[in-house]
Design a protein around this ligand. Sequence first.
Ligand code: FES
Length: 164
Amino acid sequence: MPDAAEQPRWRRDFPIRWDEDNYMTRRELAKFLTLGSGLLVGVNALIAFIGLTRESPAAPVLRIARIVDVAPGGSLLFAYPTADDPCILVRDASGRVDAFSQVCTHLSCAVVHQPGEQSLACPCHKGSFSSVDGRPLAGPPARRLPRIVIEQRGADLVATGIEV
Ligand code: FES
């Protein structure tokens, strides 16, 4: 270190001991790591608590269509529970009505009805689902399509919930 007389005046007035500033004891490091870890555990526990205690909003009751709007063997696209959730309703030849999310459980392409095959096909990777219960029949999808609960109320088809 240069002599005090060789140092600029500002350094003499405000001496800085860099070696002491950057020195951290093992005890300080252990304290920092312990407090940091404790803080992370506390925040994660708080997030988990909020996630477990928060109630999910009730599924809305939504009129989808009139039963006569879907011909036997046909299908109808709709959105449920929000406008951003595409779904497909299928009416088989006997008149039975089933509805599912239209979002493929593989990589989220839209499934389409295969009339006469009782299936919903995903064109992206040749996936296929049963149009009766939504279970995967072929291709990469491993999970069934979420079912939309449909009730017939008079002449109307009404969505009342989702079964995942
Ligand atoms: S996205 Fe449907 S099979 Fe891959």
